[in-house]
Structures are given as structure tokens and as C-alpha cells.
Design a protein around this ligand. Structure first.
Ligand code: NAD
Ligand code: UGA
Length: 464
């Protein structure tokens, strides 16, 4: 039996390690975290994260070869292989604040491994980290461990997307494993290859050196986000010229060199990683005295901020330049469909702006709790305080409730249940103040049909 420990029971550690247990019944997987509430939830009927297919995987193996615990030390002692899957958020203070990744969690976990390990381990960087972090981990492990214990470090970045995590983990485009180019490094790499190839074809398990692997993760996210910012930049041109951004994306995407994916214009990308990882790359470039490279990647984030504000201003302008005391129904608060995750969601920027304009915002999201929304809107830096949020935000339990009596409806997240085949937009129209406006920030609605009903429609990337 191989013993695997995963430090960090979050969006990545939880699903990725649970899938190992699901696919390899002879591998013992223990996922540990310092957060007792999170571990309790992993051990309950209601898992701490919503992810299609995750319940099935966890419930099938929990208590058999899949365990969740706060006993970090014991799991380290027992493990042959340790995944470090802790958070690496953007630093809030100190050197590199607002750009560099905060590696404090990585360092604490690494020091813990060095301190308590009583046998040799393969330590795997699963978190997204700046290039050459493995070197720091290695130095810490080697300087703090007891004699006769060996640590081999691998980089195995995660490419899952939220909402499709189980699909991405069971059938990935590729798995990346980087190692030091030494006999010991190759041997450790092979052990991890042997686990993944139990369910993933060999040719999709890519091996390379540690630094390429670390940088490839940042590069992949930067390239994906860059496509979204590119199509969003084009959406502004479309709105001004009468071109249709969906048609432009289709025309470009049919070129096999460009490809059709990740060309959906939107209110702006969100999620915990795109912005953080690009800023990480910007910081790295600056540290390497490459200011032009830093400026190039920074523009991807700048364009995203511009897109969010452009959409928000369009709402206020269209509503006769004032939203004060108007009821705005906001459908969707998660950063994308099929997840309850709200980190960096465009909805937060939108809501906070509308609150500052003294609108009354009625929000509905099928998977985000009222508590989470209020927490997000009162975070430092968001621009709204508790009293304002209490006064101006009403959290609703259905789209119909949010829209009743509203002057405008704004689609923020592309949940399937907001599409025309699922919601009765005629009923919604009848319940709204007139003129009734719709702002489609996700291009999921049929503008001409809505106009037939009587709505005034504003869509990203299409002229009025
Ligand atoms: P998360 O915040 O959901 O989970 C991290 C967990 O680590 C938390 O529960 C925290 O309590 C725990 N933790 C921190 N320090 C610890 C320690 N010393 N000991 C034990 N537990 C500790 O974060 P996440 O979304 O799972 O992301 C983790 C990493 O994976 C990040 O580097 C992120 O960039 C990367 N990543 C995330 C995604 C995604 O979709 N969320 C996808 C690919 C990669
Ligand atoms: C993204 C990457 O897709 C994953 O490969 C990566 O592992 C992960 O980041 C990470 O490192 O955290 P995720 O953020 O979960 O995954 O979700 P995406 O599907 O990439 O969507 C990110 C944001 O971009 C969402 O707000 C989404 O609505 C938006 N988006 C996506 C668009 O606006 N247009 C598109 O065409 C695609």
C-alpha cells in the first residue's frame, strides 16, 4: 500500500487527491488541513465545495482508502508521497504587495514536513508557485530534516477548472510532472507517473525539468486569460461598430491555429487564479529586469478591470444616468457556472459599484449563500461597508423573486437555469418596472426574442 498525504483540503487538494483514491484502491490517501470546519465538512454529507460529480467520488471511497483529518503531523509521518496543495494568494502587504504570491503557507507546510518526518518522502508541489519555488522548498527540507532522511521534490501543477474538476481530473488533457534531472529525481518522477498512468494514457503524462513545469503552470493560465482579455477588447470594438462579438469569435475560432475555446466575451474573468497568477508572472518579470515583458502581461489584467467597469458604466448610463433607489436584479454571483466559488467574481465589482451608486440590488445565485455574498462585499478594498450592504443588498431565493419590481436585470454568471429555455422571461417582464432592461454580461440570452417580449436589451459585444 502506498500512503499519500495531501496538505490542504481546498478546491484543488480535495478533488485531486480524492480522485487518486477513487482510481487507485490500493493507495491510501489522507487529506489534511488546519481548518477544522473544512475537514468536518469533508467528513459530513455536505462537502465544503460544490463540484459536479465530487460527492460520488468522495462517498465511494471515504473511510476505505480516503480520509480527511486535521492531524497533519501523523499524516506526514505515515506518508510516502506528500502533495503540498495549500493556498498561494497574492501578497497583501510587504515586498511585492498586490503582485507577488504569498508563499508563507507553502513555507509553513514545508517546515512542518521537515520537522516531523521520520522517513524519506517524495514532496510534490501541487500549488501554483513562482518559478524556482521548489529550490526554496528543497533548501528548507534539507536544512531542517534529521539525518538519513531523503526528500525528493517534484512539481505537479494542477490544471483543473472549477465546475468541471472531476471531468478534468479523470480525463485530463495532460498531467505535468517536473523533477530535478538526477537519477534520484527521475526515480521519484517515475513513482508519480506510475500512479497517474493507472487511469491516464501514458502519452498524456508529460515529464520535464522542475523549472519548466513550474513556469508552464503560470504560462498556461496567462495564455488562457490573455485570450479572454483579447476577445473582451474586441467586444468593445464590436459595440461601437455594429459587429457581433460571437460572430467574430466564431470566424476566428474556426481557424485551427486559433481554435474555438476560451473566446467567449464576458463581463470579465474571475476566479482565484487568473489574476493572481498573471500578477505573479508580472512580478517575476520585474524581478528579472524584464519591464517590457511585465507590462505585456499586466495589460491582460488591466483589460479585465476595464471590461468590468465598462459593463457597469453601461448599466448606469442606460438607466438614464442614475440607478439611485432603483431595484437591479443581479442573476449569478459565482465567478462561473457550476461552482459556489466567488473569489474575484465580476459580480463583486458590479454589486459594490451599484451599491455606491445607491441602487437596491436583489441578488440570486443557486449555489452562493447570503453569508458568503455579504462577506465578499465587505472585504477590505471592495469599497462597501456592512451598513451599506445591509441596506442595499437583498439576497433572493429565486430569479423570479429577484426580478419582481426590478428596473433592470443583469446576468452576471452563465448558470444554465438563467437561459431562455429554463426561465419564463415573459413572466419576468410582466413583474418588472417599465421600461424593463436586460443586461446580458454572459451572452446567454436571445436578444431579438427578448425584444419581442418588450425588453430593452444590452449585450456585451453587440451594438444596441
Ligand atoms: P484553498 O484556499 O481552497 O485551499 C487551500 C487549503 O490549504 C486551505 O483549506 C487552508 O486551510 C490549507 N492550508 C494552508 N496552509 C496549511 C498548512 N500549513 N497545513 C495544512 N493546511 C493548510 O485553495 P485552492 O483553490 O485549493 O488552491 C490551492 C493551490 O492550487 C493554489 O496555489 C492555487 O493557485 C492552485 N490551483 C487552484 C485551482 C482552482 O481551481 N482553485 C486550480 C489549479 C491550481
Ligand atoms: C482556470 C483554468 O481554466 C484552469 O486550467 C486552471 O487550473 C485554473 O484556472 C487555476 O489555475 O486555478 P477556473 O478559474 O476554475 O480555471 O475556470 P475557467 O473556466 O478558466 O474560468 C475562469 C474565468 O474566465 C471565469 O470567470 C469564466 O467565466 C471566464 N471565462 C472563461 C470567460 O469569460 N470566457 C471564456 O471564454 C472562458
Amino acid at each position: 500500500m502506498v500512503n499519500v498525504c495531501c496538505i490542504g483540503a481546498g478546491y484543488v487538494g480535495g478533488p485531486s487527491s480524492a480522485v487518486i483514491a477513487y482510481k487507485c484502491h490500493d493507495v491510501n490517501v489522507t487529506i489534511v488541513d488546519l481548518n477544522q470546519a473544512r475537514i468536518d465538512a469533508w467528513n459530513s454529507d455536505e462537502l465544503p465545495i460544490y463540484e459536479p460529480g465530487l460527492d460520488e467520488v468522495v462517498f465511494a471511497r471515504r473511510g476505505k482508502n480516503l480520509f480527511f483529518s486535521t492531524n497533519v503531523d501523523q499524516a506526514i509521518i505515515d506518508a510516502d508521497i506528500i502533495f503540498v496543495s495549500v493556498n498561494t494568494p497574492t501578497k497583501k502587504t510587504g515586498m511585492g504587495a498586490g503582485m507577488a504570491a504569498d508563499l508563507a503557507y507553502i513555507e509553513t507546510a514545508t517546515r512542518r514536513i521537515a520537522q516531523v518526518a521520520t522517513s524519506s518522502k517524495i514532496v510534490i508541489e501541487k500549488s501554483t508557485v513562482p518559478c524556482r519555488t521548489a529550490q526554496s522548498m528543497r533548501t528548507i527540507l534539507e536544512a531542517n530534516s534529521s539525518k538519513n532522511i531523503r526528500f525528493d521534490i517534484l512539481s505537479n501543477p494542477e490544471f483543473l477548472a472549477e465546475g468541471t474538476a472531476i471531468k478534468d481530473l479523470t480525463n485530463p488533457d495532460r498531467v505535468l510532472i517536473g523533477c530535478l534531472q538526477t537519477p534520484e529525481g527521475f526515480a521519484a518522477q517515475q513513482k508519480l507517473v506510475d500512479i497517474y498512468t493507472r487511469w491516464i494514457p501514458q502519452e498524456r503524462v508529460i515529464t520535464m525539468n522542475l523549472w519548466s513545469s513550474e513556469l508552464s503552470k503560470l504560462a498556461a493560465n496567462a495564455l488562457l486569460a490573455q485570450r479572454i482579455s483579447s476577445i473582451n477588447a474586441l467586444s468593445a470594438i464590436c459595440e461601437a461598430t455594429g459587429a457581433d462579438v460571437d460572430e467574430v469569435a466564431y470566424a476566428c475560432g474556426t481557424d485551427s491555429r486559433i481554435g474555438p475555446k476560451f473566446l467567449k466575451a464576458s463581463v470579465g474573468f474571475g476566479g482565484s487564479c487568473f489574476q493572481k497568477d498573471i500578477l505573479n508572472l508580472v512580478y517575476l518579470s520585474e524581478q528579472l529586469f524584464l519591464p517590457e515583458v511585465a507590462a505585456y502581461w499586466k495589460s491582460v489584467v488591466t483589460m479585465n478591470e476595464y471590461q468590468k467597469m465598462r459593463f457597469t458604466h453601461r448599466i448606469v448610463r442606460t438607466l438614464f444616468n442614475t440607478v439611485t433607489h432603483k431595484r437591479i436584479a443581479l442573476l449569478g454571483f459565482a465567478f462561473k457556472k457550476d461552482t459556489g466559488d466567488t473569489r474575484e467574481s465580476a459580480a463583486i465589482t458590479l454589486c459594490s459599484y451599484l451599491i455606491q451608486e445607491r441602487a437596491n440590488v436583489a441578488v440570486y445565485d443557486p449555489k452562493v449563500s447570503a453569508k458568503q455574498m455579504k462577506m465578499d462585499l465587505t472585504e477590505p478594498g471592495v469599497g462597501t461597508n456592512e451598513a451599506e450592504v445591509e441596506k442595499h443588498i437583498q439576497v433572493c431565493s429565486s430569479a423570479y423573486e429577484a426580478c419582481a419590481g426590478a428596473d433592470a436585470l443583469v446576468i452576471c454568471t452563465e448558470w444554465d437555469e438563467f437561459k431562455m429555455e429554463h426561465l419564463d422571461y415573459k413572466k419576468i417582464y410582466e413583474s418588472m418596472h417599465k421600461p424593463a432592461f436586460i443586461f446580458d454580461g454572459r451572452l446567454i440570452l436571445d436578444g431579438p426574442k427578448l425584444r419581442e417580449i418588450g425588453f430593452r436589451v444590452e449585450t456585451i459585444g453587440k451594438s444596441v
